[in-house]
Design a protein around this ligand. Structure first.
Ligand code: SIN
Length: 275
């Protein structure tokens, strides 16, 4: 695919491209937006350097991909409910995204895209790893693909959000968390391409199987989904932005920089019910 308004450089065989020649804080032309959509479809995660977004311009940029979502567990700052602060420092007890996951896959309509902008980064470390779930599905044997095509799984926000709230000392009183049943194999609504759609962060059960068989299958699939040859790893700089497609990827944030600070915010775009 060729691009006229953005520079697109692949960063690994299955996933990821570095995008240049665009200032995300400015009003974007229709053609730029179209090409960003094409690049996201093609590469699944887009990386940008030297950007300077505030909450308003990040939300404006996010709306080019759809309606913005409010996080089910973490309220945004005053006046910006759609902003998810991503902040770790010497006093943090945990980080966001320390298990492989696809953002908010526990929703009936999980997030389509996420846009993360970091302002403060550690001297070294704090990378995010992304894995293509198209590549994960493609690498399975034909027989297993046929079997998985018929299965559904439960994605439950409760265990993950309850555990983060306990570590952060946030009271549980009155809190409820989303959960949803999704196909184990997710299909792109336009291209028909298939991807694995289970993750260690939210998927708690494969439906319709005896407990031990379901657990063993889920363990195999979540390990397979994160194989190094399906991955790319992004080294953040201050001002970097990553935009990823949650439908066909999953990601993991690495906390190897304690006691340094890593700080920024995320905007999340609503998605559709997986098919
Ligand atoms: C997230 O899971 O959205 C956080 C990713 C990161 O901080 O690298």
């Amino acid at each position: 695919m060729s691009y006229e308004t953005i520079e697109v450089k692949r960063v690994s065989p299955h996933i990821g491209a570095l995008i240049g020649g665009i200032d995300l804080s400015r009003t974007l032309s229709n053609r730029q937006v179209e090409e960003l959509h094409d690049a996201l479809d093609q590469h699944l995660v887009l990386f940008f350097r030297d950007q300077d977004l505030d909450y308003d311009s990040a939300k404006q940029f996010g709306r080019h991909f759809g309606k913005l979502a409010i996080h089910p567990n973490t309220p945004g700052p005053e006046g910006h409910p759609e902003i998810l602060p991503i902040h770790t420092d010497a006093n943090s007890k945990l980080i966001n995204g320390e298990r492989w996951h696809s953002d908010v896959s526990c929703n009936e309509e999980p997030s389509y895209a996420s846009i993360l902008h970091l302002k403060t980064v550690p001297d070294i470390g704090g990378d995010t790893i992304f894995a293509s779930q198209y590549a994960a599905y493609d690498a399975l044997s034909p027989r297993l693909k046929v079997y998985l095509d018929q299965l559904t799984a439960l994605h439950d926000g409760g265990p993950s959000y309850r555990s983060s709230n306990a570590k952060r000392g946030i009271a549980e009183t009155g809190k409820t968390y989303p959960s949803a049943v999704h196909p184990v194999v997710r299909t792109h609504p336009k291209t028909g391409r298939k991807a694995l759609f289970v993750n260690a962060g939210f998927t708690t059960r494969i439906n319709g199987l005896p407990d031990r068989e379901g657990k063993a299958l889920l363990t195999f699939l979540t390990e397979h989904a994160a194989r190094p040859d399906f991955q790319t790893r992004f080294q953040w700089q201050s001002g970097s932005v990553a935009v990823w497609d949650n439908r066909f990827t999953q990601h993991l944030a690495i906390w190897d920089y304690h006691p340094q600070t890593r700080s920024g915010f995320r905007v999340t775009v609503k998605g559709d019910r997986p098919i």
